[in-house]
Design a protein around this ligand. Structure first.
Ligand SMILES: [Fe+2]
Ligand SMILES: [Fe+2]
Length: 290
């Protein structure tokens, strides 16, 4: 942290396994230590099929970043073995057992000087809260129960006003620019609860296309891309550099350049740091929840 600034590398959807782009992974490993980070965040989908080898590769990647910055990791829909307990008929714990073996916390809370990171669990697989009328959403869509947003609200309420409050989960809360899809079921009510957490910024992924915007005209959102071959619209992969200042949040895209095998700084979006919670929601797109 320098003079009230917090700098975060926001990565997502690494998808270790058949689709991971190792050139990008290796470029991240060499580039991230040069940025001067306060923290790195990986907002889920570390694996493709929740296999041991995929988690082991992801774990090794995290360990290579850790000497340079604390790393906050949350699980994505690809990281859980929902088929071991569809609709939680056999309990919840089994489907997270493999992920937890490598990354321990499903809901990590990390404090550093000047910032607190709260991870929220949005990935439940085939679960009642994530069900919609669209069959394509099955085991893909996520949801954020009130228990999760209430827990995060409590964490952030204990932090002094000047401390940056960073909320991390997997599913995108803004519609993808190409997909036009929301990651979360029942997003309207979720947006209201997210605004009430008093977070300064939300970091999420899942859409496989980068994004930067706000919900409720007040709360900045960073959506990071993917470092796998499963990019949207054949566009280059992107990770986001998020800088939180006392009165602003900046989200800068770093785009992958296949020809030179490096990430180049690109578009930057700046938002006022979130003020008092507002109730109005100003996001286009239909609510796909039941
Ligand atoms: Fe993904
Ligand atoms: Fe995902």
């Amino acid at each position: 942290m320098s003079a009230g600034r917090i700098v975060i590398a926001h990565l997502s959807d690494l998808h270790f396994g058949a689709f991971a782009d190792l050139a990008q992974i290796e470029a991240l490993e060499t580039f991230i230590p040069t940025i001067g980070l306060d923290a790195a965040v990986i907002s889920g989908d570390l694996s493709q099929r929740a296999r041991h080898g995929e988690f082991q590769a992801a774990h090794a990647f995290v360990n290579r970043i850790k000497p340079h910055a604390p790393v906050v990791v949350v699980p994505g829909n690809h990281d859980i073995e929902w088929w071991k307990s569809p609709l939680d008929l056999l309990g919840e714990r089994g489907k997270y057992r493999k992920y937890s073996r490598y990354f321990r916390e499903l809901r990590p809370v990390v404090e550093i000087p000047g910032a607190v990171f709260a991870g929220a669990l949005s990935s439940y697989g085939v679960a009642f809260g994530s069900l919609t009328w669209n069959i394509r959403d099955l085991a893909v869509k996520g949801h954020l129960p009130a228990s999760e947003t209430d827990r995060v609200t409590g964490i952030f309420a204990k932090a002094p006003p000047a401390v940056a409050k960073v909320l991390v989960f997997h599913h995108n809360v803004l519609p993808g620019a190409l997909s036009r899809r929301m990651g979360l079921a029942r997003w309207r009510s979720t947006h209201r609860r997210l605004l009430a957490t008093r977070a300064d910024v939300i970091l999420c992924g899942h859409d496989h296309q980068e994004g930067a915007g706000q919900i409720g005209g007040a709360l900045p959102v960073s959506t990071s891309g993917t470092h796998s071959a499963r990019v949207r619209g054949k566009r280059p992969s992107v990770f986001n550099l998020v800088t939180i200042e006392p009165s602003a949040v900046h989200i800068q895209h770093f785009r992958w350049q296949p020809a030179t095998r490096e990430f180049q700084p690109s578009d930057t979006y700046s938002f006022a740091r979130a003020g008092p919670p507002k109730v109005a929601v100003s996001v286009a797109g239909g609510d796909q929840g039941l």
